[in-house]
Design a protein around this ligand. Structure first.
Ligand code: PFF
Length: 451
């Protein structure tokens, strides 16, 4: 089977495709609201430290593991050590949890794009516009169905080169537009306080939950601890320099997240003040502040429409790669026809997505530890399952099969410059930190203890 595996044409193709999967709602929607909620500068600092240590080590390990075995997560772990096949299985379950609620947010983005196109831009800047919208029983579900339907259609027809071509054009435009909006937000009256909040770490706001949130975000944003990078690695050619490819993906992904924060946090300060309530808005933050920014701009309706179109596009490329993953996992296991499998995955996603959407309205009474249904799915995948998968990956590579298995693969194209860092992080730092953080923050969220 390995001989037939298609490969990326070269390093650029690999980096762009991996970055296309990595850059999505996680960067533009999730990162800014977490940074706003968890203390601004301190969250950013913790995130950056984790990115160059954990993120680097784990992404290198996953890509190298995929390239070495030529297999996806489940097969790759089975080949390393039969007893740990379940780690691959657990990783493979994560995208099943993420795809449905990811698409609910994708539906919100679709709605905003249409609001801007159909002359509703002014209304969307109103305070209650968003909360009223997500609380409705039917409308958000319709937008969610449109988004997931579009995703399924592309997967159904087969992902071809078209998407890659459009991505190459749209992604740079997204970067330029984000930069433009970020500079505009920073220049608004009152916004400088937000810039300070975002860039100056306040150590009194540091807690285990901050680190867990940053770690969960890192995994999510870089598509780690869910088998995706293992699969991508299995398509990578042996002569590509893996270490520098990892650096490039990380820099790309982190820069976009950083800019998105620059765009959203200063505008929260400009429009709603820097109080806890405004900053802690969570998943709704982007949808509440950005329309206000566009409303205050000359030509804001057009800029807003283009902006939401690009975010929609980034969200779609990510949801397509998520659904593609689900389909291929099921096909590997069940050997169903591709079209039947896509249909089954679509139904599954709708079944799980509908409660996430209703959780903001008619089912808002149902909550655990103060989390909505969508937040709960997000918490289970990002703050529980992904850390467990990451921990086990470190354990299997660092202690069972040995880091040499991975570093040899990375050294195929020359010296591995950060080999020492890699070994120390995988063997000691990552596993110890993950356990400490996981335990303390789960206790914290459940209200049992605060550390
Ligand atoms: N990394 C994506 C984001 O930040 O939006 C989310 C994601 C997309 C995860 C695709 C996994 C994946 F396969």
């Amino acid at each position: 089977m390995n001989e037939n595996r298609s490969t990326f044409t070269g390093k650029l193709g690999f980096v762009l495709t991996a970055a296309g999967s990595a850059v999505g709602l996680g960067n533009i929607w999730r990162f800014p609201y977490l940074a706003a909620k968890y203390g601004g500068g301190i969250f950013l600092l913790v995130y950056l430290i984790l990115a160059v240590t954990f993120g680097f080590a784990l992404m290198s390990a996953e890509i190298a593991l995929g390239r070495k075995t030529g297999l996806s997560a489940i097969g790759a772990f089975r080949q390393l050590d039969k007893r740990f096949t379940w780690v691959g299985v657990l990783g493979a379950i994560v995208p099943f949890i993420i795809t449905p609620y990811y698409s609910v947010i994708g539906g919100w983005v679709t709605k905003y794009f249409f609001a801007f196109v159909s002359g509703d831009a002014k209304a969307s800047a109103g305070d209650a516009y968003f909360t009223d919208f997500i609380a409705r029983p039917v409308e958000p579900i319709l937008w969610f169905c449109i988004f997931i339907g579009l995703t399924a259609l592309v997967v159904f027809l087969g992902v071809d080169k078209g998407i890659e071509k459009v991505s190459k054009f749209m992604m740079p435009v997204l970067v330029v537009l984000t930069l433009f909006v970020a500079i505009y937000s920073m220049c608004m009256p009152g916004a400088m306080e937000g810039v300070k909040y975002y860039l100056t770490p306040d150590f009194s706001k540091f807690s285990a939950t901050t680190v867990l949130a940053a770690m969960g975000q890192l995994f999510y944003s870089m598509s780690l601890a869910m088998g995706i990078m293992i699969t991508y690695g299995s398509y990578m050619k042996k002569d590509v320099n893996l270490e520098s490819a990892v650096h490039q993906i990380e820099i790309f992904d982190t820069s976009i997240a950083f800019l998105a924060g620059m765009m959203i946090i200063p505008s929260v300060f400009a429009f709603s003040g820097g109080n806890e309530e405004a900053l802690g808005k969570g998943p709704s933050l982007m949808f509440i502040t950005l329309p206000k920014v566009f409303d205050s701009m000359a030509g804001g309706t057009i800029i807003g429409a283009v902006f939401f179109l690009l975010v929609l596009f980034a969200a779609l490329t990510s949801s397509i790669s998520l659904m593609e993953t689900l389909v291929s996992i099921l096909q590997d296991k069940l050997h169903w026809d591709r079209k039947v499998t896509t249909g089954a995955v679509l139904i599954f996603c709708i079944l799980l997505g509908v409660p996430s959407s209703l959780g903001f309205g008619v089912w808002s009474g149902f909550s655990v530890a103060n989390m909505s249904i969508l937040d709960m799915f997000d918490f289970i995948s990002n703050s529980v399952m992904m850390p467990v998968v990451a921990f086990m990956t470190c354990l299997v590579i660092g202690w069972i099969v040995g880091t040499k298995t991975i570093t040899d693969e990375i050294e195929l194209t020359g010296p591995f410059k950060s080999k020492k860092l890699f070994n120390v992080v995988i063997k000691y730092i990552a596993p110890v930190c993950i356990v400490l953080i996981l335990v303390s923050s789960v206790l914290d969220v459940l209200g049992i203890a605060k550390i």
